[in-house]
Design a protein around this ligand. Structure first.
Ligand SMILES: Cc1ncc(C[n+]2csc(CCOP(=O)(O)OP(=O)(O)O)c2C)c(N)n1
Ligand SMILES: [Mg+2]
Length: 563
């Protein structure tokens, strides 16, 4: 007879959940039994993707979801697995990535019931509030209480995860409940509990925004995640071009504008902010750093997004003279309609010329930096970024945690560049690239990582998963043997302090590091250490050849200096 676990898996598959990323324990017994039963009876269930660390399981799910926009499921082992899942859940929550996180619960009965406690851990792993470990980062949490409520619980979880702004939800699954016989009666073949339609921008707020835009002399758009939806990427391309508005991207996670766009004014809004008389912020939690730049008092600021005030962030004081709620594509489409005939073409032409001049000097400066970087030993991150950009396919997926310098790369299409979450829980990028490859098996996928980020990712687990699940990804580690960001933040806070006059700073230097390329080789992958700048392009070709032609993962350990 089918168990609740079996019904659960079948229901997930019926609702389009194609993958269950998992890291198991004793709570998995009914799930594993149900998988075996499903295999023997030909029942469709989500493909199980084993990951030997929870951070990897959730990061893979994140990468899969950010590329596919489908909702994946993750299951981990009770309280302890949930604890390990918190950091990657925070990454997903801050980026509004929808996923169904779940964990078993230690059996609550001490004997008698089927599935009752049979290990000493079943006493000590129980918590008063297991979901409380992760509640701050999920939109909803619940514990499955009985067989009868299975369909409602699953459909509600998936609908909430997929409603904008998206995010993880959490479901705990007690072992005794998973082991119960499934409820009698059929499950609806189609969910009657769908994701809610997104909020649409308010018409009068759009009118106000259009009025401000029509009179602004020096408007500026700052975006971080306008490209979360490819329609947003396309909409911003057209909008910025049509109305001659420069776009600065600040710490992009989903690239919002192609590199070659005439209105693309780079990735540092600091100088532009003070010059603007109207700023449109698109899906950007931290559009600029107030300590470095402030808009002039008369500059109006419009915040746009599914949650323009970022209510999940406790303190965020960026001005919001007007908040437009909705998708980037919808907001820009309404604004385009409202602006029809209101902007004088000669004014736009002058603005275009001005931005073209600014852009030309910015590009010249990047070129000069790139050229100067080309011969540096140890290698410069700017040079490594250029080489990666030249080597990748036009539609390659590049996951950046977080050492790739976007200004030295060319990204022309949506969904090709993904930066690490604003939460920056390190150890995300390698797993995210594996998940991205799962979502888009025919596209080249690579992860560009700092040595610190790579070590946080549980590298042995990452390479094991890549081999086990057939996911040939290229990992490029920019290895400066250091937590460079920790070092630079110390020097920024104490520019003339003791640390600035010290050769060795504690908690920053990582050397001597293991030969990182050997970790990939040990898992059957290709690996190479690169120490000469001139050797990098050919090394990238060899690594990409292994990925493409041998379908093996590859890792380049690129010995870098500090930028
Ligand atoms: C889970 C977690 N722990 C610690 C940090 C703090 N942190 C931010 S950047 C960084 C160093 C990253 O080093 P690496 O990837 O080598 O890049 P580098 O700064 O050297 O360029 C650390 C430790 C973090 N973001 N996340
Ligand atoms: Mg480093």
């Amino acid at each position: 007879m089918q168990s609740v676990a079996g019904a659960y898996l079948a229901l997930l598959a019926a609702r389009g959940v194609n993958f269950l990323f998992g890291n198991g324990g004793t709570d998995f017994a009914p799930i594993i039994e149900a998988y075996a039963e499903a295999a023997q009876k030909g029942v469709t269930v989500p493909r199980p993707i084993l990951a030997t660390h929870e951070n990897l399981a959730v990061s893979m799910a994140h990468g899969y979801a950010m590329v596919s926009r489908a909702i994946p499921a993750v299951m981990v082992h009770v309280s302890v697995g949930t604890a390990n899942m918190v950091c990657p859940a925070m990454n997903a929550a801050r980026e509004n990535v929808g996923m169904l996180l779940s964990a078993g619960r230690s059996p609550v009965t001490e004997s008698g019931m089927f599935g009752a406690r049979d290990g000493y851990i079943h006493w000590s792993q129980e918590m008063y509030d297991q979901a409380g470990l992760i509640r701050e980062f999920v939109k909803w949490d619940y514990e499955l209480r009985n067989a009868e409520q299975l369909e409602t619980v699953v459909d509600r979880a998936l609908a909430i995860a997929a409603s904008e702004p998206r995010g993880p939800v959490y479901l705990s699954l007690p072992r005794e409940v998973l082991g119960l016989p499934a409820a009698a009666g059929s499950v609806s073949s189609v969910s009657r509990l769908h994701a809610a339609a997104p909020a649409a921008p308010d018409a009068s707020a759009i009118e106000t925004a259009a009025e401000w835009l029509a009179t602004a002399e020096r408007p500026l758009i700052i975006a971080a995640n306008g490209g979360r939806d490819p329609a947003g990427f396309a909409a911003l391309d057209a909008f910025a071009e049509r109305f001659a508005i420069p776009v600065a991207q600040h710490k992009p996670r989903y690239l919002s504008l192609r590199s070659s766009h005439p209105m693309n004014v780079g990735y540092d809004p600091t100088r532009l902010v003070a010059d603007a008389d109207l700023i449109i912020v698109i899906e950007s939690d931290a559009p600029w750093f107030p300590a470095q730049a402030q808009p002039v008092p008369s500059c109006k600021v419009i915040q746009c997004g599914f949650d323009p005030l970022f209510t999940r962030i406790p303190i965020r004081g960026f001005p919001s003279d007007l908040g437009l709620t909705g998708s980037t594509a919808a907001i820009l489409a309404r604004l385009t309609d409202a602006l029809a005939g209101r902007l004088d073409e000669s004014r736009l032409k002058a603005r275009r010329d001005d931005i073209a001049a600014k852009r030309a000097s910015m590009l010249a400066q990047w070129d000069a930096t790139g050229a100067a970087a080309a011969a540096r030993v140890p290698l410069s991150p700017a040079w490594v970024s250029r080489c990666i950009s030249d080597a990748k396919d036009a539609d390659a997926i590049v996951v950046n945690e977080y050492t790739l310098m976007v200004e030295h790369c060319s990204f022309e299409k949506p969904d090709c560049y993904f930066g690490s979450s604003a939460a920056s829980g390190l150890g995300w990028g390698a797993g995210a690239a594996l998940g991205a490859k799962l979502a888009a098996p025919n596209r080249q996928a690579m992860a560009v990582l700092g040595d610190g980020a790579y070590l946080f990712s549980n590298p042995v687990s990452v390479h094991h998963a890549a081999a086990m699940h057939g996911l040939p990804v290229l990992f490029v580690v920019m290895n400066n043997s250091m937590w460079g960001a920790v070092r630079s933040s110390t020097l920024a806070m104490y520019p003339d302090g003791f640390a600035s006059r010290s050769n060795e700073l504690p908690f920053t230097s990582l050397g001597p590091l293991p030969a990182l390329e050997q970790i990939c080789i040990a898992a059957g992958g290709y690996g190479e250490r690169v120490e000469e700048p001139a050797a990098l392009p050919a090394a990238l070709q060899r690594a990409l050849h292994a990925v493409k032609n041998e379908r093996r993962q590859a890792l380049l350990n690129v010995i870098c200096g500090i930028e």
